[in-house]
Structure formats: structure tokens, C-alpha cells
Design a protein around this ligand. Structure first.
Ligand SMILES: C[S@@+](CC[C@H](N)C(=O)[O-])C[C@H]1O[C@@H](n2cnc3c(N)ncnc32)[C@H](O)[C@@H]1O
Length: 306
């Protein structure tokens, strides 16, 4: 992420969740508050760019497309992989969290939280959970401003933990907050691994293993290595990569799924579940006919501290 600049992708992710919540049925993930964290001019600019990009993606369809809303809907459902990826991984993470809360987990750490709305959207869960939003201070500053504009009061169970992962460790940052390393935590780490180096990814996963007793959990999404091989990468994922590069947040790292179990074991994590695109399709997109479908190359992983 560029020095001192808030993540634009965090706003874009919120836009995708907002669009789905407001326009689509059935919902893959219902973030009915997301639209409150996207400014009106950002929404208009994002929608304009997405609708315009139909010309590049499918010029014949663009020529026959009568209005912008139709172009936007087709891009969101059929052409772009990012909306399906973001909705699927948020759903997976919160489904896994609910399962962990039933097992007694009391701390939820959202790494690279961006415009996540969990603490405001799920007040009933705060009876059982302390929530820690860990993010770059520049992104958090933007979020504070938007929360204030929305008039939302910070619940006492929500703790903001500013950190620049390139300069400071997760453990150091969390130790400045009320996070308790003696009880298991549930860590979600969504939409971040592919932007980091392998060393940085493993440093963070090692840190999670180091500040959680056995039973601690981490859920993250990752791209397989084919996503980075020209000729093998799916068109939709190639498009995500190109636009990430243009936004100054290039995607650089993927994992080989068959090796992940051993790689995680070497740092004290047991891979409990690794959903492939086919698994994700079956679990969250089965029966849909509107074009939303699992993102090629993207996996959702759930690991436990041993
Ligand atoms: C693509 S957004 C994902 C946001 C959110 N997890 C979601 O799914 O909507 C990436 C997030 O990682 C954070 N991030 C990127 N580089 C970072 C760094 N060096 N230190 C801390 N956070 C960083 C950004 O601030 C942003 O919130």
C-alpha cells in the first residue's frame, strides 16, 4: 500500500458488497450497511468506470446495451470476478466465525478490516465477542470519518488497532489493545495475502500462531499459483490483476494448494479446511442463474493453532 494513502480497494470492496445488498436476491452475503461507508461521488465514479469497462470487455454487448444500469449489472454479475470473490469470502468468514463462537471463541480480530461493518451490523454477536479491527492508520482515518458521518457510535466491544504491517508486527500492535493472548481468538484475513510477499504472509501467520493458544483460528483467502502464470490465468482474474496494478496495489503472491498443509504445519498451524473454487461454487453459488459464480483460482482457507 502506498505510504500514508488510504486503501482505495477497501472502498471498492465496500461498494461491491453494497451493490449486492441493494440489488440482488438471493443474497450471498447481506452487508446492508456497506452503502453508508461509500461516499456518493465515489459510488458514481465507480459505477461509471464499471459500466464503461463493458466496452473493453465485450464491445458487441456494449453496442446493444441501452442504459448504464444494465451495463453495470451485467459487469457485476458476469464479467467481474471480484464481487463474487468478496461476497463469498465474507460469507465464509462470518459462517466460520459463528461456528467458532459456538465453540467458545470470544475475540474476533479482523486483519486489513477496510470498511468492514460487522460490529455495527451484528450487534447481537457483540454480547459474546470483543472485536479488533486491525488496519493501516491511513485507511482507519478514512473509516473514522465515515463512521462519524454515518452517525454510528463505536460499540464498547469494538477496538481499532492501527498498524502498518511493513513497519510493525501484528503482535506488537495487538498488545497495545485489550486483546488477550491467553484465550483463543478468531482471525479473519480477507483480500490481503495476494498483495504481500511470501515472507510477509508467513510472518503474519506465524504471529497469529504465536499470540493464540491452541484452538485459535485464522480464515484467509488466497490465489493459487496458476493465477500468476500467463496462459493459465482465467480472464476474469487477469482483469482483477490488471486493475489492482493500475490502482497501485499489485497482486504478487499465490500458493500451491497441495503444499499448503505442510507449509502451515511448519509454523504451528493445522489446515482445517481449504475450499477450492469448485467447493465454493457448490457451497455458496449452487443454483444461481444470474451470473454470480465462484472466482477462478481463489481459495478460502481455515487453519487452527496447534
Ligand atoms: C483489499 S482491502 C480488503 C479490505 C477488507 N478485508 C475487505 O475484504 O473488504 C486491503 C486492506 O489491507 C490493508 N492494508 C494494505 N497494506 C497494509 C499495510 N501495510 N498495513 C496494514 N494494512 C494494510 C488496507 O488498508 C485495506 O484495508
Amino acid at each position: 500500500m502506498k505510504e500514508k494513502k488510504a486503501s482505495f480497494t477497501a472502498t471498492l470492496m465496500a461498494y461491491y458488497r453494497a451493490y449486492h445488498a441493494m440489488h440482488e436476491t438471493p443474497k450471498i452475503f447481506d452487508d446492508f450497511l456497506a452503502h453508508r461507508l461509500v461516499k456518493e461521488e465515489e459510488r458514481a465514479s465507480i459505477e461509471n468506470q464499471i459500466a464503461e469497462s463493458l466496452k473493453l470487455f465485450d464491445s458487441a454487448r456494449a453496442a446493444s446495451c441501452l442504459d448504464r444500469a444494465t451495463a453495470l449489472r451485467w459487469m457485476m454479475r458476469e464479467a467481474l470476478a471480484a464481487p463474487s470473490l468478496i461476497l463469498g469470502r465474507s460469507r465464509y468468514s462470518e459462517d466460520s466465525l459463528e461456528n467458532s463462537v459456538l465453540q467458545g471463541v470470544q475475540q474476533y480480530v479482523i486483519l486489513g478490516a477496510g470498511m468492514d461493518t460487522f460490529a455495527f451490523r451484528r450487534p447481537e454477536m457483540l454480547e459474546k465477542l470483543q472485536v479488533f479491527e486491525v488496519d493501516h492508520p491511513a485507511t482507519q482515518a478514512v473509516k473514522f470519518h465515515r463512521l462519524a458521518q454515518a452517525g454510528w457510535e463505536q460499540p464498547e466491544q469494538l477496538h481499532f488497532v492501527p498498524v502498518d504491517f511493513e513497519k510493525e508486527s501484528l503482535a506488537e500492535a495487538l498488545m497495545r489493545s485489550p486483546y488477550d493472548p491467553k484465550i483463543p481468538g478468531f482471525f479473519s484475513w480477507l483480500g490481503v495475502t495476494y498483495y504481500l510477499t511470501r515472507d510477509a504472509i508467513f510472518a503474519t501467520l506465524r504471529a497469529i500462531a504465536g499470540i493464540s493458544p491452541p484452538g485459535g483460528t485464522v480464515v484467509f483467502d488466497y490465489m493459487d499459483t496458476d493465477a500468476f502464470v500467463p496462459g493459465r490465468v482465467a480472464r476474469r482474474v487477469d482483469m482483477i490483476q490488471k486493475s489492482a496494478r493500475q490502482m497501485g496495489e499489485p497482486m504478487i503472491t499465490g500458493f500451491d494448494p497441495p503444499s499448503l498443509t505442510a507449509e502451515l504445519a511448519s509454523i504451528g498451524l493445522r489446515l482445517h479446511e481449504d475450499l477450492s473454487p469448485a467447493d465454493i461454487q457448490e457451497r455458496y453459488f449452487r443454483g444461481r442463474t444470474d451470473g454470480y459464480r465462484a472466482c477462478e483460482h481463489a481459495h478460502f482457507a481455515w487453519a487452527l493453532v496447534e
